[in-house]
Structure formats: C-alpha cells, structure tokens
Design a protein around this ligand. Structure first.
Ligand code: ADP
Length: 377
C-alpha cells in the first residue's frame, strides 16, 4: 500500500474497551494517547472527527456504583453523568494543544428523519471546516437498547458517509480482522486487506444475534460494509499500538484495510440515507421480470409495474421493494401513497395517463443486491 500524504477528512471510532482501565474507568493515559495522535493529524492539516464511547465508564463511580452497572437505567444514568465528564476531559486535552473539540449526541431516529440527517451534515461540516474536532457519541441516556447503533461501530460508518469522509479508522482491542476468532483459535491469521465483504468474511465475524452479535466483530463488519458501499476506505487496528492512528491515516499501519473501490457500491448521499438510515414504512411488491429489467437495471419503477403494496404510507415514504416470494430486492422513495397505488391498480388503462410520475425514480432507488446490508443496522 502506498503511503498517503493527501489532506484527508478522517473519522476515528474508539470503543470503550480501548479507553478504559482494567477497573472499567476512563484511563487518562489512553485518552491522552488518542488525543496526541489526533493532534498529529490536525497539525498536518487533516480534518478529524472522533466517534467515542466511554460515557458510562466515565460516570458510574459518581453515580455511586462500585463497578460498571449492567442494568439499562443505571447505565443510562451513569452515561448522563459521564458524557459531560468525558467531553470535558477531551476538551481540556485538545485545548492544551490549541484545538477546540465539540460534542454531538445522536440517536438513530435523528438519522431516520431526512431533514435532521441533512441538518447534522451541515452542522458537522461547519465544525470540520473551522478546524474543530467534533466528538460524536450515541445519546446513551435516552436510546433504548433495541434502537441502538451497536456500540457506535455502525454509527461511525454512517457518520463517515454523512460527512463524505475519506477514511474511517476503527480502533479496537485487537490487531485487525482475523480469519477466525482469535480468542478461540490461537492459529487464526490476520487478514490485512479486504476488497469485498464476501459471505466468508461475514462468517469469520460470527452470526448476527450470536454472543458476538452485539458489538464485537459483527457490528464492525456491518460498519465496514456501510463504509465500502459509501465509497469510503476503512481500517481496523489495535488502539494500544504506538502511532496507530497516524500510521493508519498514512496507510502504513499493521491491521486490516478495507478498500472502497468496488465501483457499483458508490452510493450517493441520498442513496446512503435510503439504504442505511431511513427505516422503510411499507412494501411495494413487483414481479420477477420487473426485478430484472427495472430494479437490477436501476431504471425508474413505473406505477403499472407495481404488483401490489403492503402497509400504509404517504407519498415520499421509503419502502422496501419485494419480489413475489417476499424477498427484499431494493429500497426506494415512492412518489405515490399506498392509497394511490391501490387506486392505480383499480383504474382502467385509459385512466392511467394521469399518473405520469414514476412510482420510484431511479435516483431514489437502491438495489439491495449490490449492498445486502440488513436495513436499520
Ligand atoms: P471494541 O470494544 O473495541 O469495539 P469488541 O470487543 O466489540 O471491540 O470487538 C473486538 C473483539 O471481537 C475481539 O477482541 C475478538 O475477541 C472478537 N472477534 C471475534 N471474531 C473475530 C475475528 N474474526 N477477528 C478479530 N476479532 C474477533
């Protein structure tokens, strides 16, 4: 890999295990190491956004807990104390190097609303362009467990897509992606380069819903899929390795690089929103020939090609596009409500002329076959 000397926009995600001591509290030393490395990149003129966990770790002692709490309300209460302390620590450290940090808390519903999603982009762009280091975290104090982004991994990839980052660096407690879980298999080998997330790569990360299905390597693979589909190259490496961030940004680090250059995957920002953030409100069902000639060919879907619809949705909603077997083949923004689709179905062919608009424009359509990421990850 060629060393990289370009000025870049870089999103760095660090997990709480890489920021805490053995007792589960925030480690000042680990925080300082990260900040020093970010400062090195800033001094070179790069734009850096941090996605940092650690609010629970920073707050549980002041809540009166002797160890990291396990119940959701206690974790959220600890995060409510810790988030401010965490940002204060980051802020103090960055200021001592002459840089300003800012805090952005996000919930998944912020991203499912297209206006709020676009607004987040505008805010973050202003911060990055003015040399500030935005520190993003999930709004842990209010987000319900089942609505979480998954230990910030997928949040970091979505944020990288949102701000059109050049690189996503995910720091963990492990050297990179191995061909088997290294905690079970001592002979597992590091994979240094991933061109495409194949079923084999998915398999080494463990099944979704398994013990490693929350956080762990599973959510990292989902994050890398999102980044790759968004045209962003990524890196996974060990947070404690010396100069890891600096070297990763210059393509010189030991770890796993995920390339972005699978041409078909370059979703534009609207398509990224549809694919990874929107949350579909209903289903549009099409037959096999429409799947082939329209969805896979990325043509606009016409109203007469819609076989049927399921659910109640308004014009402008995001829907899943299913084949007759119920298999998801795409996602798109509809130009008609579910009611209008039903009226179209009942209309005589001479009356169809009034429905001139496509059911889904090609620009508003994401063919699921090219990404195959479960929606809402
Ligand atoms: P973090 O807290 O840094 O986000 P996690 O603990 O969630 O990190 O995930 C990293 C862990 O995933 C590793 O320590 C390792 O035990 C586990 N893991 C499972 N499968 C693999 C694999 N194929 N390659 C590397 N790590 C794996």
């Amino acid at each position: 890999m060629v060393p990289d000397t370009e000025k870049k926009r870089i999103v760095i995600k660090i997990g709480s295990s890489s920021l805490t001591s053995l007792q589960g509290e925030i480690s000042r030393r680990k925080l300082e190491k990260l900040v020093d490395e970010v400062v090195r990149l800033k001094d070179e003129g790069h734009e850096v956004l941090l996605v940092s966990s650690g609010a629970v770790a920073a707050g549980y002692r002041r809540l009166g807990c002797l160890s990291r709490p396990s119940s959701l309300p206690e974790k959220q209460a600890a995060a409510s104390i810790g988030q401010g302390l965490l940002i204060e620590s980051y802020s103090d450290l960055f200021i001592s190097h002459g840089y300003v940090a800012s805090q952005i808390l996000i919930t998944r519903s912020d991203f499912s609303d297209e206006n709020r999603y676009n607004n987040a982009r505008n805010t973050i762009n202003v911060l990055l362009e003015r040399g500030i280091i935005p520190i993003v975290n999930e709004n842990d104090t209010i987000t319900m467990d089942f609505l979480k982004f998954g230990d910030n991994d997928t949040l970091s990839a979505k944020v990288a897509g949102l701000v059109d980052a050049d690189q996503l660096i995910i720091l963990s407690d492990i050297e990179g992606l191995y061909d088997d879980n290294p905690s079970d298999n001592p002979d597992a080998e590091l994979i240094t380069q991933v061109q495409e997330i194949t079923p084999e790569i998915e398999a080494v990360a463990g099944e979704p819903g398994s013990a490693v299905g929350t956080g762990g390597m599973r959510s990292k693979i989902d994050a890398f899929k999102i980044a790759m589909a968004s045209g962003i190259s990524s890196f996974l490496g060990k947070a404690s390795n010396p100069d890891i961030v600096y070297k990763a940004a210059h393509n010189e680090a030991v770890g796993t690089y995920f390339s972005s250059d699978v041409e078909s995957n370059n979703l534009d920002q609207k398509q990224q929103w549809i694919a990874f953030n929107s949350g579909p409100e209903g289903d549009v069902i099409v037959d096999a020939s429409t799947v082939e000639t329209v969805i896979e060919a990325k043509e606009s879907l016409q109203p007469e090609n819609v076989h049927s619809v399921k659910g109640d949705f308004d014009e402008g909603a995001v829907v899943r596009i299913l084949d007759l077997e119920g298999e998801e083949v795409g996602l798109g923004v509809v130009n008609y409500s579910s009611e209008t689709f039903k009226q179209i179905k009942e209309s005589e062919s001479k009356d169809l002329e009034q429905y001139q608009q496509a059911a889904v424009e090609s620009d508003d359509l994401v063919c699921h076959l090219e990404i195959s990421i479960p929606i809402g990850v």
